[in-house]
Design a protein around this ligand. Structure first.
Ligand SMILES: [Zn+2]
Ligand SMILES: [Zn+2]
Length: 139
C-alpha cells in the first residue's frame, strides 16, 4: 500500500505536476479495498473539485500505475478499476452486482510449479474469476 507522501514524491520525480486534484485522487485511493472505477472516483471527487475532468483521473492513475503505486484491473470489460494493493492476488467479479473481491494467491506454489516451465520468478499475477456472489446467487 502506498502513502500519499510517497505518491507526491513519485509524481515529482517523474516530472509530473503535483496539483491539488492529483493529490485528491491519490488520497481517495489510499488504502481502499473496493477497487473503484475511474467513473466512480470522478463522481466522488467532482463536488469538491468542480473543474476535475475524467481525463485527469485517467492520467493520474496511469502515472500511479507506472510508479507501481496501484494496479489497473481490466476484470470488467466496460471499464477500468483501480487497486492500491499491488501485492500478487487474484480477483473475483460478481456478474450481477459487479462487486470485485480480493482472492489470496499462493505465488510461491506457482513459482514452484513454474520451475518446470523455465520460469525463474513471478512478480505479478492477473487472475480474474467470474460468477455470482453469495448475495446475488441462489435467487
Ligand atoms: Zn453480487
Ligand atoms: Zn485487489
Amino acid at each position: 500500500m502506498f502513502s500519499v507522501e510517497e505518491g507526491i514524491k513519485h509524481l515529482q520525480s517523474s516530472g509530473a505536476k503535483v496539483t491539488s486534484q492529483r493529490v485528491a485522487i491519490m488520497k481517495s485511493l489510499e488504502g481502499r479495498t473496493d477497487h473503484p472505477s475511474a467513473e466512480q472516483l470522478f463522481i466522488e471527487l467532482k463536488p469538491e473539485y468542480p473543474t476535475l475532468s475524467i481525463a485527469t483521473v485517467y492520467s493520474t492513475t496511469q502515472l500511479m500505475a507506472q510508479a507501481s503505486m496501484i494496479r489497473i484491473l481490466t476484470i470488467d470489460k466496460n471499464k477500468v478499476n483501480f487497486d492500491p494493493n499491488v501485492q500478487p492476488h487474484g480477483h473475483f467479479m460478481c456478474r450481477k452486482c459487479k462487486r470485485i473481491v480480493d482472492l489470496p494467491m499462493d505465488v510461491s506454489a506457482l513459482v514452484k510449479h513454474g520451475k518446470k516451465f523455465d520460469i525463474d520468478s513471478i512478480d505479478a499475477v492477473e487472475v480474474f474469476l467470474y460468477g455470482f456472489c453469495s448475495e446475488c446467487g441462489d435467487l
